[in-house]
Each structure stands twice: as structure tokens, then as C-alpha cells.
Design a protein around this ligand. Structure first.
Ligand SMILES: [Zn+2]
Ligand SMILES: [Zn+2]
Length: 236
């Protein structure tokens, strides 16, 4: 299966990533992608982009080096009530927003509290995708998370980098993927590239998606068209 849009990448604006948007776009073209999203971390992580960074993404062209650029953010989920770290005005001006649990902003808690936070973020109308929901550092009740995603039309991410950097993902991601397949949840497949050579890499995520039995139409970013339709469906 070929994925045409990489929904999850970081530029040097995220301080622990190492490539510019120009480098990312060139590598996206080389990887044969039709589009990619720049989704730097929200401002609550200390030293990360100021909200103005997200506000000013509008000056970038919608195509760079022949590849469609989507303006996004990877928001931090701040508490069990699902608060995120960018205000509605900034988020509305972007193409879409993802949100995830990160240790700098949310201390890993009980399975019950982690689940409550993820479901609250899923129910937040500003959020379209939950990043790395199967992160073993934040155990959750997968059935409840998947059911909430189905109910709210949100996508759960199978994150290619998780298999390299989030220890235990080999066990948790297949569990999540299987539930997504069985219950018809939408998923997104992102590289979470922090270096441009990793953009468009889905080599570890795709076998898990396939083995779980997730149907192509469940993958929101499988084609440029399907991703545009997903974003359209998210507009009020
Ligand atoms: Zn993340
Ligand atoms: Zn990320």
C-alpha cells in the first residue's frame, strides 16, 4: 500500500528536530509523496515555537517543490480535561490540528486518567487526529479510546517512529490497530520525522496496519484526495 500524504513531521522549530521545511519538502518529493504536513510541537513545551510561529505559517506557499504543504500542529494535551496549548483562533487558521500526550506537559498517570485525557482531546472539536495513542508510556483503555474516535469521526495515529523510539510499541500498536480494524475507526499513518530523510517512511507502521486488517478507506491520508476529504469533513 502506498501512502500519499505524510501527516506528521517536525522542522527545526521543534527544538529536538533537525531539518528545515525546505529540506523536508525536497525529501518528500524524493519519497514520492504528494503532500506532507508540518506539525511542530505546541508552545507549552519549554522553548518551543511561540504561537506567532503557527499564526505566520500562512505566508508559506501551499506547494513547495511540487509537494502540497499542509499547515498543522502537534498540540500538547495539558490535562485530563483535554485542554490543549494553542487558542482556537490560531488552530482555526491552520489546515488541521493533531494532539498527543507528551511527558513535558502531562505526567503519565493511571490508565483511567490517561484514557480520560485522550477521550477529552478526541471530543475537543479543534482536534482532528490523536498522535501516538498507543504510546506505552501512557497506558490507556484502548476500547474506550477507539470507540470515542469512531463516535467523533477523529483519526487515531499509527506512528512509524513509535516502533523505534517508544519502547513497547511493538506490543501496543497492533492491539490498537486491530481494534481500529474491527470497529471501523479512522486512522492516520505518520512518519513523525524529526530528520528529513525519515519523511514518508511508513515501513514499520504499514505491516501492522495490514496485519490488523485495516481497510484502505479507513486511512485518512492514504491519498491526497482522501486527506482533503477528511479535512473538509472536519470543517464546521
Ligand atoms: Zn508526539
Ligand atoms: Zn511528533
Amino acid at each position: 500500500m502506498k501512502i500519499e500524504v505524510d501527516t506528521h513531521t517536525h522542522s527545526i522549530a521543534s527544538l529536538h528536530a533537525y531539518s528545515t521545511i525546505e529540506e523536508l519538502s525536497r525529501s518528500a518529493k524524493k519519497a514520492g509523496l504528494k503532500g506532507f504536513a508540518i506539525t511542530d510541537h505546541g508552545p507549552a513545551l519549554q522553548g518551543y515555537p511561540h504561537p506567532y510561529y503557527f499564526g505566520n505559517l500562512r505566508i508559506l506557499p501551499s506547494k513547495i517543490n511540487g509537494v502540497r504543504l499542509f499547515r498543522g500542529v502537534e498540540l500538547n494535551i495539558m490535562n485530563a480535561e483535554g485542554a490543549v496549548d494553542l487558542t482556537e483562533g490560531y488552530i482555526d487558521a491552520l489546515d488541521f490540528a493533531m494532539a498527543g500526550l507528551h511527558e513535558g506537559c502531562f505526567r503519565p498517570s493511571s490508565r483511567t486518567i490517561n484514557t480520560k485525557a485522550l477521550i477529552a482531546a478526541i471530543e475537543n472539536p479543534l482536534v482532528s487526529v490523536i498522535t501516538h495513542p498507543a504510546n506505552p508510556a501512557f497506558p490507556v483503555y484502548y476500547e474506550e479510546v477507539v470507540d470515542a474516535a469512531v463516535k467523533n469521526g477523529k483519526a487515531l495515529e499509527i506512528n512509524n517512529s513509535s516502533f523505534k523510539v517508544r519502547v513497547g510499541s511493538d506490543e501496543t500498536c497492533p492491539i490498537l490497530a486491530k481494534l481500529c480494524a474491527e470497529r471501523g475507526a479512522l486512522i492516520s499513518c505518520g512518519s513523525d520525522a524529526h530528520y528529513h530523510k525519515d519523511i514518508g517512511r511508513f515501513d514499520l507502521a504499514l505491516p501492522v496496519i495490514k496485519k490488523a486488517g485495516i481497510k484502505p478507506h479507513q486511512i485518512v491520508n492514504r491519498t491526497l484526495k482522501s486527506f482533503l476529504l477528511f479535512l473538509e469533513s472536519r470543517r464546521p
